[in-house]
Ligand binder design. Structure first.
Ligand code: PGA
Length: 240
């Protein structure tokens, strides 16, 4: 199971101290061989974090990247090459918070290709908006995001899918268990060999419900991942 911490635009260098607890927890955890923890902090922390986690099994990822795989005159941007150099092994691409501010499927497709060219793993986010859910077009939306986002990408084995309904991110709401099971089954029918994670308001309370859904391969955790205790609780409870 994957547990991916998406810190979003939170955290400074002092936040790295909170990882001590997670490192210690993982060392003593009886399921540590089957747990994969990945931290995606703000870009400024990637290098320091990957150094700190060097001798652990915890890996570091970025929350986005520029689509150009080479260096270039793109003021303020950071691409996969720079992120890899800093220590990132994964890149979250297509997060709804970036789709909302203008990233379209075509751009997301370019970003995914650029990350794969550098041999990085991709956490590809897809999800329907509330209006789309109400219109009952969730499957169509997801299929479209997958087809366009992964267009002309033959080797998909470095891609993890994060199913994140937009209406569940940061709202405290999660899908009904049967709906979530069906949606993940639908995604896995399209992408037969890819892991599918769930993201959106995952917390230590609702993890007991979410862990029962047996086709989910892990969780992308935003808000709750910023508090070490909550993050560890989520992992512990998944295996109780
Ligand atoms: P949340 O965010 O857990 O705070 O809802 C999840 C995400 O945006 O990846």
């Amino acid at each position: 199971m994957y547990f991916i911490a998406n810190w979003k635009m939170f955290g400074g260098f002092s936040s790295l101290n909170s990882l001590n607890k997670v490192i210690k927890f993982l060392r003593g955890f009886k399921n540590n061989k089957i747990v994969k923890i990945i931290y995606c902090p703000p870009s400024t922390l990637i290098n320091a974090m990957s150094k700190k986690l060097k001798n652990t099994k915890i890996e570091v990822g970025s929350q986005n990247c520029h689509e150009n795989e080479n260096y270039g005159a793109f003021t303020g941007s950071i691409n996969s090459k720079i992120l890899k150099d800093a220590g990132a092994k994964y890149i979250i691409i297509g997060h709804s918070e970036n789709r909302q501010t203008g990233e379209n499927d075509e751009l997301i497709n370019k970003k995914i290709k650029s990350a794969l060219k550098l041999n990085l793993r991709v956490i590809f986010c897809i999800g329907e908006k509330l209006v789309e859910k109400k219109k009952k077009i969730t499957k169509r939306v997801l299929k479209n995001q997958i087809n366009l986002g992964l267009r002309n990408i033959k080797n998909k084995n470095k891609i993890l899918i994060a199913y994140e309904p937009v209406w569940s991110i940061g709202t405290g709401l999660i899908p009904k268990s049967n709906e979530l099971f069906n949606t993940v089954t639908f995604i896995k029918k399209i992408l037969k060999n890819n892991k599918v994670l769930y993201g959106g308001s995952v917390n230590p309370k609702n993890i007991n419900q979410l862990k029962q859904i047996n086709n989910i391969d892990g969780f992308l955790i935003g808000g709750a991942s910023q508090e070490t205790k909550k993050f560890i609780d989520i992992i512990k409870k998944t295996y109780i």
